[in-house]
Design a protein around this ligand. Structure first.
Ligand SMILES: *[C@@H]1O[C@H](CO)[C@@H](O)[C@H](O)[C@H]1NC(C)=O
Ligand SMILES: *[C@@H]1O[C@H](CO)[C@@H](O)[C@H](O)[C@H]1NC(C)=O
Ligand SMILES: *[C@@H]1O[C@H](CO)[C@@H](O)[C@H](O)[C@H]1NC(C)=O
Ligand SMILES: *[C@@H]1O[C@H](CO)[C@@H](O)[C@H](O)[C@H]1NC(C)=O
Ligand SMILES: *[C@@H]1O[C@H](CO)[C@@H](O)[C@H](O)[C@H]1NC(C)=O
Ligand SMILES: *[C@@H]1O[C@H](CO)[C@@H](O)[C@H](O)[C@H]1NC(C)=O
Ligand SMILES: *[C@@H]1O[C@H](CO)[C@@H](O)[C@H](O)[C@H]1NC(C)=O
Ligand SMILES: *[C@@H]1O[C@H](CO)[C@@H](O)[C@H](O)[C@H]1NC(C)=O
Ligand SMILES: *[C@@H]1O[C@H](CO)[C@@H](O)[C@H](O)[C@H]1NC(C)=O
Length: 484
């Protein structure tokens, strides 16, 4: 019994060893170009090292008037950048040199200064760029001491995986590959989640997409195969936990990549190499371009116009920086008084809008007009959200706003009289309804007392239900923030 087991174990090891060596001799024959110590690149002449087939390149790529350093798909007309070194460093001038040096890895020499591009713990000996797009650095024993597949930026290539506790960060724009404002995190709890980056501490409210696979496996990884199969794998069990796509797309002459795009949406693309056409989208995390939180900055909200997103400011707010939506909006009026003493302050309503849920006070009121009044009477209140008889008073800034025709929430925004625009809501008979309003107010006060008790209870319930889907976020906050 025991012997038989040992025997099968031995043959298994032999088999593994054989397939291992076969795999590597196959690679040795054709699969990598050999970059030796002392090799160098400059942006204008000899600007990159190609993979054996010429599909991928490592080296300088042009960005605006300068150069970035990274891996890009060189064999197609749209030179697509898939990895960037030191993505937040300033661009490189045309007179710099990239040098593969003996003691420290890859360094950039420019204007008499030396910057580390790839640092290795051991002395490197050679490097290769594979046809998979992986740039690999070896020591003298030909052990891998560094590979670009371990440090993804915004893209995963076929056969590359996103490990537990790591994440992808979107780029700033289609052409600027420095770090943008969205991220995709493969959490230690097994959940794959997209977040707005902007905040220092992350909560469930910053998430805008998730697979909901927390608790379903250990060390779960996100994987992309060469047939476009995108899935979550249970690292210990080798079981598929979830298919994001079923794959089975053509493998010949077609490349697949997944990327968290600069607009915050996570997409699987394919490219037909025989056609020399365009990248086509095979799958995306959402079709709603307003879904990514943080696309519109503080005090603005996203509306779709022919499927294209647009950020609008709250009434009587203007964009902090023209044409920069993430910078958000600020007030352009300064009310003399915060209360509705002489009718200078009114409410303007934004129907069917949803926001971050962060009220400083919640009242239970049956009609919207009571909610408006409650906000007008309260100096701290700049806006109130009214839905399902709940009046949620808000302070600035308001975040993550977007129009959602399927949501009945109304944002009631306090505005001053000073600036009147044609779009302002008119409130006929406002003065006359004051007495009635006061009666309602008294009624409301007693309802409020009751409401506060209910709030305490529902608040706890609400928190619990919200905390469920991505509950281990807090535990992971600090783990992955420094991935470059
Ligand atoms: C790669 O280059 C190094 C140094 O020139 C050399 O020793 C090594 O044999 C080369 N490897 C292959 C597979 O060509
Ligand atoms: C480019 O690199 C090759 C091989 O390293 C070298 O022979 C050639 O002279 C270089 N060309 C220029 C313009 O530096
Ligand atoms: C390199 O280029 C930059 C900008 O074009 C310039 O400021 C710098 O003097 C140049 N350095 C050398 C050594 O030519
Ligand atoms: C994932 O692996 C863990 C540990 O091996 C196992 O308990 C769990 O059932 C696996 N989950 C799936 C979906 O395979
Ligand atoms: C997950 O991976 C880490 C690091 O590789 C390892 O220490 C840990 O034991 C793994 N956990 C499980 C349950 O396999
Ligand atoms: C996931 O996709 C793979 C490959 O297409 C397929 O074999 C497998 O049955 C799928 N699993 C599930 C759970 O759909
Ligand atoms: C790629 O384009 C060629 C030529 O148009 C076509 O024959 C082939 O079917 C296409 N492949 C895929 C995977 O669409
Ligand atoms: C590729 O896309 C561009 C812009 O969307 C379009 O103008 C062009 O016609 C497309 N080319 C092909 C071959 O589909
Ligand atoms: C837009 O504003 C944000 C926040 O102020 C800033 O981080 C970003 O660099 C700006 N983007 C552009 C293109 O100016």
């Amino acid at each position: 019994m025991h012997r038989a087991q040992n025997l099968s174990m031995a043959s298994l090891i032999l088999f593994l060893f054989l397939s291992f060596t076969l795999f590597f001799t196959a690679l040795a024959q054709q699969r990598y170009s050999n970059i030796s110590l002392g090799s160098s690149l400059t942006p204008t002449t000899n600007s990159s090292w190609l993979s054996p087939s010429g599909l991928y390149a490592f080296g300088f790529y042009q960005q605006g008037s300068g150069y970035g350093i990274g891996v890009f798909i060189a064999g197609i007309p749209q030179k697509t950048v898939v990895w960037t070194a030191n993505r937040d460093d300033p661009l490189v001038h045309g007179n710099a040199t990239l040098l593969f040096a003996g003691d420290s890895g890859l360094v950039l020499e420019a204007q008499g200064q030396t910057n580390q591009v790839i640092s290795t713990s051991e002395s490197p000996y050679s490097a290769s760029l594979f046809d998979s797009g992986n740039f690999v650095v070896y020591n003298s024993d030909r052990h891998i001491i560094w590979q670009s597949f371990d440090y993804p930026t915004d893209t995963l290539l076929s056969t590359q995986r996103l490990k537990a506790n790591s994440q992808l960060f979107s780029a700033n724009s289609q052409t600027d590959h420095s770090r943008g404002i969205f991220r995709l995190a493969m959490q230690a709890d097994g959940n794959l989640v997209q977040y707005a980056v902007s905040t220092a501490t992350v909560t469930t409210q910053d998430a805008y997409w998730a697979t909901g696979t927390d608790g379903q496996g250990n060390n779960v990884t996100l994987n992309l195969d060469d047939d476009g199969h995108l899935y979550l794998l249970n690292f210990t069990g080798f079981n598929i936990i979830m298919n994001l796509t079923d794959g089975r797309y053509p493998t010949q002459k077609t490349i697949y990549i997944v990327r968290i795009d600069f607009d915050g949406i996570f997409r699987l693309y394919s490219y037909n190499l025989t056609q020399n056409g365009n990248w086509s989208v095979l799958w995306s995390s959402t079709n709603n371009k307003c879904a990514p939180k943080g696309l519109c900055g503080f005090n603005s909200y996203c509306v779709l116009n022919d499927q294209e997103p647009q950020c609008l400011c709250l009434p009587q707010f203007t964009h902090v920086v023209q044409n920069n939506w993430t910078a958000g909006c600020e007030r352009n009026f300064f009310p003399e008084s915060c209360k509705d003493d002489n009718g200078d302050i009114r409410i303007q309503e934004l129907t069917n809008t949803v926001w971050e849920d962060n009220p400083y006070s919640v009242l239970f009121l049956s009609i919207k007009e009571d909610c408006e009044r409650a906000c007008l009477e309260d100096c701290d209140c700049v806006a109130a959200f009214f839905k399902d008889r709940q009046c949620k008073k808000q302070r600035l800034p308001l975040r993550y706003g977007k129009r959602d025709m399927g949501d009945s929430n109304s944002a009631l925004i306090k505005v001053g009289k000073s600036i009147s625009t044609t779009t302002d809501r008119v409130e006929p008979g406002k003065k006359k309804s004051d007495q009635l309003g006061r009666g309602i107010l008294i009624a409301s006060v007693s309802i409020v007392a009751l409401g506060l008790v209910m709030l305490a209870i529902s608040g706890i319930l609400l928190y619990k239900s919200r905390a469920q889907p991505y509950k281990r976020i807090n535990a992971n906050e600090n783990i992955v923030l420094f991935v470059s």
